[in-house]
Design a protein around this ligand. Structure first.
Ligand SMILES: [Zn+2]
Length: 64
């Protein structure tokens, strides 16, 4: 039970929150803004995230 193999083999996350760094930064900024009850800034972050994801800059888009 204690030998489940090299943990590095399982290092690749199945549910990576954001393989795209820009997405991660925008989501983090939104979370921070929400934590600070700065909801207008959080809304801005969501707009920026959506705009970013709609652009070719985003590498995190999933094939539908
Ligand atoms: Zn992205």
């Amino acid at each position: 039970m204690c030998a489940e193999g090299d943990p590095r083999d399982a290092h690749e996350p199945l549910h990576a929150p954001a393989p795209c760094r820009s997405c991660g930064e925008l989501r983090l900024a939104e979370a921070v803004a929400n934590a600070q009850r700065d909801y207008s800034r959080a809304a801005d972050c969501r707009v920026l995230l959506r705009r970013h994801q709609a652009s070719a800059d985003c590498i995190a888009r999933r094939p539908e």
